[in-house]
Design a protein around this ligand. Structure first.
Ligand code: G16
Length: 536
C-alpha cells in the first residue's frame, strides 16, 4: 500500500466506524437497508470504488446513493462499472467483505488483501462520479462517501441529485468521451438532448400525442421529468404528478411504480386526475422503473407492466428489422425473469427466442448481450433494449434498397440514440413506449389487448432469516429450507395453470411469494399459504 496514505485512510476510517451488531451485503442492487446505519458502508464504498477505478487504469467508476423503490427511511449505494453497467460479480463479494470488517485494523488488512489478490497498481489514478436521489439521509451519506474517495486521493465528480439511469449514462459518456463510440455529452443536458432529439425524429410527422400523466413517486424523477418536458416541448406534453420532493415521508408512499405493480391499482392521489382512456405511468423513487396504466370507459384500472412493455417493444423492433430487410442478419431476443406473467412468456415465445434468468438487472443485461438486439424487462418495469456493437455497425453501414427499407433503418438508428442501453431507465422507456404507440396508433386498450395477463399475486413475507431460502433454476425452485418446495408443488397442483415460487429479496429483508393461476381467486389462494414454522 506504499502509494496510499495509510494514516489518512486510518483516521478517516476511524471517523466512520462499523456498527458492531450489523452485517451488510452487496445484494441485487448494491447495499440497501436503513439509511441511518449506512455511514461506514458509504465510506468504504468510496474506498472500493476508487480501488476499482485504479484496477481499471483510471477509467471512471460511478456510485449511486439510492434505495430506489424502498421506503424513504431506507437508503443504499451501488457501484457502476465504466461501461455504465452493474459492478462485476467478483467485486460484489469484495464489497461485502470490506463492508463487514469489524474494526479499522481489519478494514486496512482487507484493503491490503484486495490490492494484493486483485493485483491493483495503487499508483494508478482513481476517478469516480457520484450522485444521490432525494432521500434526506443522502446528504450525510454522500459526505461519508466523499471521505472514502478522498482517503484514496480519487478525482471525484459530484453529479448532484439525479436519477440512477442518468448516473449510469454519465459514467458511460465520460468513459467514451472523444472516442468513436462517444455515448453523448457527459452532462444532464447531454442526456436530455440525446433522448429528446431522437424522440422528435422518431415521432416527427405523426399526429400530435395526447398529454401523458406521469406519477413521479415524489422522487428525483420529478426533477428529471420536468427537464425532459422542456426538451420535448409539444412533441409529447407531460403532466407531472406526485412531485413533492421535499415533503417528509411521501417518497414512494402510496404512489410510484412498485406501489402500482404490487397493489395492482391506481395511486389514490391520481383518482381524480386520470380520465378514462388517458395514458398514465408511474416511475419509482430513482426513476429506473416504469409502470403504464389506464382506466377504461367504466373506470376500471388496467396495468401495463414490464412484460407488456417488452411485448410492445419487441414486436415493434422485429417489424422494423423486417421492414429494413435485415431479418436474416439481425436476430432479436427477449430476456425475462420468473416474475414474467405466463401469458406474456407464451405471447413472446410464439414470436421470438425468450430466456428466463434470475432477478436483478445484471443477470438480464448479460443474457440480453447474447442477442443482436436483446430486449429485457422485469415485470416490475425495469428494463431496456441492447443493440450489440456489431449490430450498430451493421445498421450504420447498411445500404437500403427501397424507401421503406430506408425509413425503417432510420427508425432503428434513432432507437439506438433514444434508448439508454446502460440500464433500465424509466424516462427513456417512456419515450420508447410513446414512440411505439405513436407508430402503431395504439390506445392503451389496444396495447393491453396484445395478450391477457394471467391473474397473479406477489406478496412479501417477513421471515427470521431470508438467507435460509436458497433457489435454483433461475429462482423458480427452492433448494432450502428442506421440504418447502415439495409443499409448494403440492399446493400448485391444486390450481388450474398454477405456478408459484418463493425467493429471498436482494433489496428488502423479506422473501417474495409469487403465484399465478387461470382464475383470480386461485392466484390469491396460492400466494396466501403460510410458511412452515421453521421458516419464521
Ligand atoms: C432492484 C434491481 C431489480 C430487481 C429489484 C427487486 O430494483 O435493480 O433488478 O428486480 O431490485 O429485487 P429483489 O426482488 O431482489 O428485492 P430497484 O428498482 O429497487 O433498484
Amino acid at each position: 500500500m506504499s502509494h496510499l496514505s495509510i494514516d489518512s485512510l486510518r483516521s478517516l476510517s476511524d471517523a466512520h466506524p462499523k456498527p458492531s451488531h450489523l452485517r451488510f451485503q452487496y445484494g441485487t442492487a448494491g447495499f440497501r437497508t436503513l439509511g441511518s446505519t449506512l455511514d461506514s458502508v458509504l465510506f468504504r464504498v468510496g474506498v472500493i470504488a476508487a480501488l476499482r477505478s485504479k484496477k481499471l487504469d483510471g477509467l471512471t467508476v460511478g456510485v449511486m446513493v439510492t434505495a430506489s423503490h424502498n421506503p424513504e427511511h431506507d437508503n443504499g449505494v451501488k457501484i457502476v462499472d465504466p461501461r455504465g453497467e452493474m459492478l462485476e460479480g467478483s467485486w460484489e463479494s469484495h464489497a461485502t467483505t470490506l463492508s463487514n470488517a469489524p474494526t479499522t485494523d481489519d478494514f486496512l488488512e482487507a484493503v491490503d488483501a484486495l490490492i494484493r489478490t486483485s493485483k491493483i497498481d495503487v499508483s494508478k489514478p482513481a476517478r469516480v462520479v457520484y450522485a444521490r436521489d432525494t432521500r434526506p439521509s443522502g446528504i450525510t451519506l454522500v459526505a461519508a462517501l466523499e471521505d472514502g474517495l478522498s482517503a484514496l486521493g480519487a478525482e471525484a465528480r459530484n453529479a448532484g441529485v439525479t436519477t440512477t439511469p442518468i448516473l449510469h449514462y454519465l459514467v458511460k459518456a465520460i468513459n467514451t468521451k472523444g472516442t468513436p463510440d462517444s455515448y453523448g455529452d457527459d452532462s444532464e443536458e447531454g442526456y436530455f438532448h440525446k433522448l429528446g432529439t431522437a424522440f422528435k425524429s422518431l415521432v416527427g410527422g405523426r399526429p400530435p400525442l395526447e398529454p401523458l400523466l406521469i406519477d413521479c413517486a415524489n422522487g428525483v424523477g420529478a426533477l428529471a421529468a420536468s427537464s425532459l418536458a422542456e426538451y420535448l416541448g409539444s412533441s409529447l406534453p407531460l403532466v407531472l404528478e406526485n412531485t413533492s420532493i421535499s415533503t417528509p415521508g411521501v417518497l414512494n408512499h402510496a404512489c410510484g411504480a412498485d406501489y402500482v405493480k404490487t397493489m395492482q391499482r391506481l395511486p389514490p392521489s391520481l383518482a381524480d386526475r386520470l380520465k378514462p382512456g388517458q395514458r398514465a405511468c408511474s416511475l419509482d423513487g430513482d426513476a429506473d422503473r416504469l409502470m403504464y396504466y389506464y382506466l377504461d370507459e367504466r373506470g376500471t384500472f388496467h396495468m401495463l407492466d414490464g412484460d407488456k412493455i417488452a411485448a410492445l417493444v419487441a414486436a415493434f423492433i422485429v417489424d422494423l428489422v423486417k421492414s429494413a430487410g435485415l431479418e436474416n442478419d439481425i436476430k432479436v431476443g427477449v430476456v425475462q425473469t420468473a416474475y414474467a406473467n405466463g401469458a406474456s412468456t407464451r405471447y413472446l415465445f410464439e414470436r421470438l427466442p425468450v430466456k428466463c434468468v434470475a432477478t436483478g438487472v445484471k443477470h438480464l443485461h448479460h443474457a440480453a448481450e447474447h442477442y443482436n438486439i436483446g430486449v429485457y424487462f422485469e415485470a416490475n418495469g425495469h428494463g431496456t433494449v441492447l443493440f450489440s456493437q456489431s449490430t450498430q455497425s451493421k445498421l450504420a453501414q447498411y445500404q437500403p434498397s427501397t424507401p421503406a427499407q430506408s425509413t425503417a433503418l432510420t427508425h432503428l438508428i434513432n432507437l439506438i440514440q433514444l434508448i439508454n442501453q446502460t440500464v433500465g431507465d424509466a424516462l427513456s422507456d417512456v419515450l420508447l413506449v410513446e414512440t411505439v404507440l405513436a407508430h402503431k396508433s395504439y390506445t392503451g386498450e389496444e396495447w393491453d389487448s396484445l395478450y391477457v395477463d394471467l391473474p397473479n399475486r406477489l406478496v412479501k413475507v417477513v421471515v427470521g432469516d431470508r438467507n435460509a431460502f436458497r433457489t435454483e433454476n433461475a429462482e423458480r425452485r427452492l433448494v432450502s429450507p428442506p421440504g418447502l418446495q415439495a409443499k409448494i408443488d403440492e399446493l400448485v397442483r391444486r390450481y388450474d395453470g398454477g405456478r408459484s415460487f418463493v425467493r429471498p429479496s436482494g433489496t428488502e429483508d423479506v422473501v417474495r411469494v409469487y403465484a399465478e393461476a387461470v382464475v383470480r381467486s386461485q392466484a390469491d389462494g396460492a400466494s396466501s399459504f403460510s410458511l412452515p414454522a421453521y421458516c419464521n
